[in-house]
Design a protein around this ligand. Structure first.
Ligand SMILES: [Fe+2]
Length: 139
């Protein structure tokens, strides 16, 4: 397990929390495949999960962005969040899949390190800021 859900990740919105839990599960699933280290070619499985993770992340970002508008989150924070979302999608799209084919374990470990550090920061810093805003405005 490369990343584990903790109560600190809670963002005061059940759907956002559930989606973050699913992203954590997907990262861990990818990690499990790679750590099997059984000498089998797992390229197709890894790529399938990776593509799933990418499209689920886009879905998650869209959900968050809808909530920003619905709750009239301030425009400066919306701008920062949207930039963060965009830069993540660009980074993930730029990952060289040929490298994964050549060195499955090494390349995927590198990707997983990036994904787990990124998700931890995304939840703890950016999304929790929005969560605090939601909590304040729900009073
Ligand atoms: Fe998020």
């Amino acid at each position: 397990m490369i990343i584990k859900w903790k109560d600190d990740y809670s963002c005061y919105d059940l759907t956002i929390d559930q989606q973050h839990k699913k992203l954590i599960d997907m990262i861990n699933q990818m990690s499990e495949i790679v750590e099997l280290n059984d000498g089998c070619d797992r390229y197709d499985e890894i790529i399938e999960l990776f593509e799933e993770l990418k499209s689920y992340t886009v879905y998650h970002f869209n959900h968050e962005e809808e909530l920003f508008d619905q709750n009239q989150y301030d425009s400066f924070n919306i701008k920062i969040q949207k930039l963060e979302h965009k830069s993540f999608i660009n980074k993930v799209s730029a990952i060289n899949l040929r490298e994964v084919d050549e060195d499955q374990i090494g390349a995927v470990r590198k990707i997983l390190d990036f994904l787990s550090v990124w998700l931890d920061h995304h939840i703890l810093v950016t999304d929790r800021k929005f969560g605090a805003f939601l909590q304040e405005n729900a009073k």
